[in-house]
Design a binder for this molecule. Structure first.
Ligand SMILES: [Zn+2]
Ligand SMILES: [Zn+2]
Length: 659
């Protein structure tokens, strides 16, 4: 009797052997339903079985209407599992998130979408764009390549890769994947796509209904979905014949998944493109240091776009030195920025105020005794929120919330609570005080608000129904507001505190992207940055518009500090509900650390977020020279430890956030 190995989505790394009934023909990659314990579950045939047929349970059903999962895709799942030190089943679950999608669609389900058509472009491309497009087109169909498409905001990068998509659509089977951060809010990208190709692409992200996701998954697996645009999880869809991967805004932090299988979608897309033997296009105005380094060292190619489209000028950038612009009591917007806002409003143009802090105030304290409100579950202050249904103090890590009490819980003083520092809601309140006639709008990703509500506000801004948009980093992304003339950065120093490895890079990317929002069309743009330390290299480089000098400096600092991309880094977070047991395991791990000259283990130290959702957290950092097989080292190191279920070790290869 024939036997096969079936991999099941879930926590296990190994597959299970099953017997194949006489009348059934299955091969590796086929989707099947099998008995597992007391239930039935869907899985994928991974290979030949190794055990005899006698006692084995049999495959129940072969979903023969679906083409098998391609060998490249199975190799990708194996590779991601190895690279991220995660169970293979956990990676398969990302490729097969809805087992119901395997059943044939019922008659009532969504009709197939219109395919996009490769119509001739109506828009004239610049010489720069034509050169880049020709160079990139030459790589299509010639195996793996990775290329950075590097160009300032508004230089027309999207048109260039739209042209590549159009070329590929001429082949009746080629599929194209475009990854975008914050996909659910990229309505402008979607409408540009529809205008160019006469149809919507297939969209993939976690905010969609299960029916929509099922429909899209099937269309991808069957090869009918020609163009898929999605968030990071779209990289795990089982494409039939992938021909190109585009990672737009490749530097964006949201490509890193921090829960479950911890991975960076940009890095994983390199692996997928390599396995599929197809080109990968990384797109950014402010490339990540990793990608920049790969271009410098010749591993990736690069195409540069220099000119801004339609003659729009770059916004003028000015620093407001807060040491010489004293603030009024309780205010956070200095006089020069107030004046610029008033003037922009008077001219009938739009402004944006940026502060990367949600809520009203980042901290509440008692003025009588100094008590600060902290989350009982996490090492974090409670953030005061006034917008929405009710005033509340909330933890941004676990969601714990309570209404501000009338009296201080520590000293019982009444009316002594004081909101410290600004969040976007407080900036909006201040703007309303000196611009009483302006139409203000706050935009921050708040768990209490739906995507629809946020989209409605972006659309109102597009239609010119908002004078001043106040928001967190989500206002920096991709939006195109024709009448936007002023961008005010309330605290340009904010991202630089905390000593994070990527603080400088991230601040540069964010502020550069923000400034790119201003003056995109007929209106001349202006950017004002409030800073208490305007001499910082990041801010100086922004002022001069000298990105490459900044990147060179940052890269040199990483080289000196022996940090990525010059070495490899992994973080091990030991988590548990009991502080003593957690700390003991962390110390035991450190004692058993690999004794290799090329590997160095730092810690354990309490993680910056020492308590998270009630768990204690200790961190070990592993630094290794580039040639070291880091995954193997970690595997050999941890294998002898038998962890009780109350303790967990989270492995993060190439960590991004250091919390
Ligand atoms: Zn008090
Ligand atoms: Zn919390």
């Amino acid at each position: 009797m024939k036997t096969i190995e079936v991999l099941l989505p879930g926590a296990l790394s190994h597959g299970f052997d099953y017997a194949v009934p006489e009348a059934m023909a299955v091969a590796p990659g086929d989707y099947v339903r099998v008995p597992f314990g007391s239930r039935e579950t869907a899985g994928v045939v991974w290979g030949e079985g190794t055990r005899g047929g006698g006692a084995l349970k049999s495959v129940i059903e072969h979903y023969a209407h679906l083409p098998p999962m391609a060998g490249e895709m199975r190799a990708f799942i194996d590779w991601v599992s190895w690279y991220t030190c995660s169970a293979r089943g956990a990676v398969l679950k990302m490729a097969l998130p809805l087992p119901e999608a395997l059943k044939p669609p019922s008659a009532r389900e969504l009709p197939p979408a219109m395919p996009p058509v490769a119509a001739e472009t109506a828009r004239e491309l610049s010489e720069d764009q034509l050169r880049a497009e020709a160079a990139l087109a030459a790589r299509l169909g010639h195996g793996f390549s990775a290329t950075l498409l590097d160009g300032v905001t508004g230089s027309g990068k999207t048109e260039v890769y739209f042209d590549l998509i159009a070329r590929l659509l001429e082949d009746a089977q080629a599929q194209i994947l475009v990854l975008l951060p914050e996909i659910s809010l990229s309505i402008q990208w979607l409408s540009r796509f529809a205008a160019r190709f006469g149809a919507e692409p297939h969209v993939w992200h976690s905010g969609l209904t299960p029916a929509r996701r099922k429909h899209t998954w099937r269309a991808v697996a069957q090869g009918q979905a020609r163009v898929v645009v999605g968030a990071r999880s779209a990289l795990f869809l089982p494409f039939r014949r992938l021909a190109l991967i585009v990672v737009d805004e490749e530097h964006d932090g949201s490509y890193k998944q921090e829960e479950g299988v911890i991975y960076h979608a940009r890095d994983m897309s390199v692996a997928r493109a390599r396995l599929e033997k197809i080109p990968l296009l990384l797109v950014s105005a402010t490339p990540s240091l990793e990608t920049y380094y790969n271009v410098l060292s010749g591993r990736y190619g690069a195409q540069h776009l220099h000119l801004r489209h339609a003659g729009a000028a770059f916004p003028a950038m000015h620093m407001i030195d807060m040491r010489h612009s004293p603030l009024a009591r309780g205010a956070f917007i200095a006089e020069p920025l107030r004046a610029a806002l008033a003037e922009t409003l008077a001219r009938g143009h739009q402004s944006m105020l940026f502060l990367n802090r949600r809520g009203y105030a980042p901290l509440v304290l008692c003025r009588a005794c100094g008590h600060r409100f902290q989350c009982p579950q996490c090492s974090a202050w409670l953030v005061l929120h006034k917008g929405g249904a009710a005033e509340r103090m909330q933890c941004h890590h676990c969601g714990y919330a309570l209404p501000p009490p009338a009296a201080c819980p520590a000293c019982h003083a009444e009316g002594s609570l004081h909101a410290c520092g600004p969040g976007v809601e407080r900036i909006a309140e201040e703007a309303a005080s000196f611009l009483p006639q302006a139409r203000l709008c706050v935009l921050a990703s708040d768990s209490l608000e739906s995507h629809t509500a946020l989209q409605a506000r972006i659309e109102a801004m597009e239609r010119g129904e908002v004078d001043v948009l106040i928001g967190t980093q989500m206002i920096a992304k991709g939006h195109h507001f024709a009448k936007l003339a002023l961008v005010g950065v309330v605290d340009a120093d904010l991202g630089l505190s905390g000593g994070d490895l990527r603080a400088g890079e991230r601040t540069y990317q964010l502020l550069h992207q923000l400034s790119g929002r201003a003056g995109r069309e007929e209106v001349a743009g202006q950017v004002l940055l409030q800073s208490f330390d305007p001499g910082q290299p990041v801010l100086q480089a922004l002022l001069r518009g000298d990105r490459d000098a900044f990147m060179a400096l940052d890269l040199e600092e990483r080289r000196c500090a022996q940090m990525p991309p010059f070495i490899r880094l992994a973080s091990l977070i030991v988590e548990g509900a009991q502080e003593e047991a957690t700390s003991r395991l962390a110390r035991e791990l450190a004692r058993a650390a690999p004794a290799m000259e090329e590997v160095c283990v730092l810690g354990p130290a309490p993680a910056p977020l020492f308590r998270l959702r009630g768990k204690y957290r200790f961190r070990l950092l592993v630094k290794a020279e580039r040639q070291v097989n880091l995954q193997q080292v970690i595997h050999d190191w941890l294998a002898p430890f038998k962890l009780p279920s109350s303790l967990r070790v989270k492995i993060d290869i190439d960590p991004y956030s250091f919390l």
